[in-house]
Design a protein around this ligand. Structure first.
Ligand SMILES: [Zn+2]
Length: 410
């Protein structure tokens, strides 16, 4: 039992359910040598759930260990499935939510791809400001309609006026999510009709599917429908809806600034967001977290023997050198005895090395020369396109959907 209060609802009733010692602090940092990859700083994972609002946080998170500079690359748009998904989101914003003739601020815009898609079609009349210390590219683009700021979004940035604020996959990296949300709220003080869209992983999905590789250091704050709504409401927003997207893996929240009379509604009296995802009882979530924690070691050992079995007969690679791949490799093969390499379609990652373990990151084309016969995929959403890609290239490789078939076969 820990006494760290909940950063979302301030409740002192929080309970640690998962501990991992010495995990790599970064999952998406590009590392040029195996030595640099292995000597990356490590931190403690102490995942803790709030009994009141079911927010999940790393109570031993130390933000000073992290550097989100230009060597940080978490681009996923090299995957057709992900690209499709992003296209649907853009379509939802533009056509269903009417994000047109709008000043858009994107918090944590990465390399700016998403914002560019909302602004590049001139007839929509959108303009955009992107904030991200990891941004690489021109500061001003599209004849001045698009501007980038290489910095974290903080209270200072609130001076940039916005009709629409988007923050995708940002809030899970922030130890004090209400501070970030309050900065966004401050930017909208003079614009009661402004809209906010947030996207973040759903921790209930991670717990239900027992996805060990979705708990890692960069994600110090993980939300359920309840805790994401609570965080937004406590920060002065009126939550319109929270729904599951990307096959249930992410939460998508839509909100507007609350009028002063609406703010600080207590968790017990507040209304469940309309057309939102169903709320799960906090007791059930606690139970899920508890079961997850006590069974993780057993499950990791099962993954490991499954990987060992396959690696004995022929070369084995993991597909995807993102956070999931880094976390899984560190859990089951920290000394690089079983997994030959990681495959990534992002050319910036090829030739680099995996944080923590130092596994090489290679292109799909290199699989034949490395004599790889088994490719393990951690995110089921990408299995179809990977099988297709390997078949088209005439590569005799077996693709293992570890989340859906791993334990059964182990
Ligand atoms: Zn809480």
């Amino acid at each position: 039992m820990t006494t760290t209060p909940c950063p979302v609802c301030d409740s002192s009733k929080t309970v640690e359910f998962l501990r991992r010692d010495s995990v790599p602090v970064h999952q998406n940092l590009l590392l040029a040598t195996a030595e640099a990859a292995r000597s990356l700083s490590s931190g403690q994972l102490a995942m803790t759930m709030c009994e009141q609002c079911s927010f999940v946080f790393n109570s031993e998170f130390d933000p000073s260990l992290l550097t989100y500079g230009t060597d940080y690359d978490n681009s996923q748009t090299f995957s057709p499935a992900f690209d499709n998904y992003v296209g649907e989101l853009v379509d939802h914003l533009v056509n269903e939510q009417g994000v047109q003739q709008s000043s858009i601020v994107e918090v944590g815009c990465g390399k700016g791809d998403f914002l560019r898609r909302l602004v590049s079609v001139e007839t929509l009349g959108n303009s955009g400001h992107g904030f991200d210390p990891a941004y690489v590219g021109p500061d001003v683009d599209l004849d001045g309609r698009l501007q980038f700021h290489r910095q974290f979004y903080d209270a200072e940035c609130s001076r940039t006026p916005a009709d629409v604020v988007i923050a995708r996959h940002v809030i899970e990296h922030v130890a004090q999510p209400r501070e970030l949300l309050s900065s966004i709220r401050a930017a909208l003080n003079s614009n009661p009709d402004a809209r906010v869209f947030l996207e973040t992983p759903c921790v209930e999905w991670i717990l239900r599917h027992r996805v060990a590789w979705d708990f890692f250091y960069e994600h110090c704050s993980l939300f359920t429908v309840e805790s994401l709504s609570t965080a937004a409401e406590e920060s002065g927003f009126d939550v319109k809806s929270v729904r599951h997207v990307f096959g249930g893996q992410y939460l998508w929240l839509e909100a507007t600034p609350a009028s002063p009379a609406q703010t600080h509604t207590s968790a017990t009296s507040r209304t469940v967001p309309s057309n939102g995802a169903g709320l799960t009882d906090s007791h059930e979530l606690l139970q899920l977290a508890h079961e997850y924690g006590i069974t993780e070691a057993h499950r990791n050992a099962a993954w490991q023997s499954r990987i060992r079995e396959n690696a004995q007969s022929s070369g084995l690679a993991l597909w995807g050198a993102g956070a999931k791949g880094v976390t899984f490799a560190n859990l089951v093969d920290p000394h690089r005895r079983l997994i030959d390499c990681l495959v990534d379609v992002n050319p910036n990652k090829q030739g680099q090395f995996l944080a923590g373990t130092g596994h090489p990151i290679v292109s799909p084309e290199s699989l034949s020369q490395r004599n790889i016969r088994t490719v393990v995929v951690l995110n089921p959403n990408y299995c179809h396109e990977i099988r297709q890609q390997l078949a088209q290239a005439n590569m005799p490789v077996t693709v293992v959907d570890l989340m859906n078939e791993g334990v059964k076969a182990a």
